[in-house]
Design a protein around this ligand. Structure first.
Ligand code: UD1
Length: 330
């Protein structure tokens, strides 16, 4: 392959490490920058890891120049929505301000292709529970707002002609590498499928359902869960698109249909063979009843096709990773 080296920020984290793995498997040269605040050194396999911060312009300039970086895939961010509500400046500082520094470093070094991890949280609470890329952006929490500000900077830079980008707006990412080499290792997870699997392997005593009185068929919230491997594949296709001279794009990443919290719990019970201890709690602040991706544009623009659109498979891979972590702890 005759391509340049790729810089992946946050490549030691959950989603970044799955993308790095797919890139390396198809023969790409990859350098990772990760400050290891929420990433794990062992998640970076077969790629160089530079331990440092994406906001450190000297460090980033050095990496961009030394490796003649062709394109940047930017994952490094804080991602815990409730924490963003209690400590918003942490999110604006880490997610927005550091992205600004990274973009400045890229512009200076002449990096012309950029792939950005964004989120469905930019939509807030769309009226009919489904969002396409034209749905108004009205983030409901600082996490979503911090990502939306980064999107705006990126679009403005691309408008000058300095860069082309693909913004990927993730819906609910779940599951792990089916081969069990890497996974989701965050210690204080809040995401439903991870938390439910932690309970299934005995790491937590129970599982809370936040709200049973939503206007949905079983009263619990509905989300569009996408397997991390399908999401990772979209990044590789986004890179191919930019390399082929494609225009800047913003794309939803989800399957276009959803499951309720109770349906997810049923799947975890079915796959694990354990009955979960479920505690019904009041609604969690900031949750909307339903959030589903309209993802036709992703399929059309990148010829993306999901491979793992199967809740039981998603849960099986998440559970397998949780068992591995439990085994390590024992
Ligand atoms: C949120 C963000 C999403 C972000 C993700 C990761 C929004 C709209 N979405 O997703 O962009 O990528 O966080 O930080 O802000 N639930 C329980 N019990 C639990 C955990 C969750 O019932 O122990 C419920 C929640 O109330 C929600 C659903 O499960 O209805 C999914 O929650 P979660 O996995 O935390 O993700 P989101 O909040 O949907």
């Amino acid at each position: 392959m005759n391509h340049g080296t790729l810089l992946v920020t946050g490549g030691a984290g959950y989603i970044g490490s799955h993308v790095v793995q797919q890139l390396v498997e198809r023969g790409e040269r990859v350098v990772v920058i990760d400050n290891l605040v929420s990433g794990f050194r062992e998640a970076v396999r077969n790629a160089e890891l530079v331990v440092g911060d994406v906001g450190d312009q000297r460090l980033v300039a050095n990496v961009l120049a030394t490796h003649h970086i062709e394109a940047v895939l930017h994952f490094a961010a804080h991602t815990v929505v409730p924490e963003s509500v209690s400590d918003p400046l942490k999110y604006y500082g880490n997610n927005t301000c550091k992205t600004r520094n990274l973009l400045a470093s890229c512009a200076e070094a002449g990096v012309r292709q950029f792939i950005f991890s964004s989120t469905a949280a930019v939509y807030g609470m769309p009226a009919d529970g489904a969002a396409d890329e034209g749905t108004p952006t009205m983030p409901h929490n600082p996490y979503g707002a911090s990502k939306l500000m980064s999107e705006t900077m990126l679009r403005d830079i691309s408008a000058t002609g300095a860069m082309r980008h693909v913004i990927l707006r993730y819906f609910n990412v779940a599951g792990c590498d089916p081969a069990g080499r890497i996974g989701h290792s965050a210690p204080n997870a809040t995401l439903l499928i991870k938390v439910a699997c932690e309970h299934a392997v005995g790491k937590r005593a129970s599982l809370s359902i936040f709200g049973t009185d939503y206007n949905t068929p079983d009263g619990t919230c509905i989300r569009d869960y996408i397997h991390v491997e399908d999401l990772a594949a979209a990044h590789l296709q986004a890179l191919d698109h930019l390399r082929a001279g494609g225009e800047s794009l913003t794309l939803n990443c989800g399957y276009g249909h959803g499951y309720s919290v109770r349906e997810v719990i049923d799947a975890v019970e079915r796959v694990s063979g354990h009955q979960l201890t479920v505690v019904e709690q009041p609604r969690r602040i900031g949750d909307c009843a339903m959030l589903i991706a309209r993802s036709d544009r992703l399929k059309r623009a990148l010829a993306w096709q999901p491979r793992y659109d199967d809740l039981d498979f998603i849960v099986r891979t998440a559970l397998q990773w949780e068992e591995k972590l439990a085994h390590r702890r024992a």
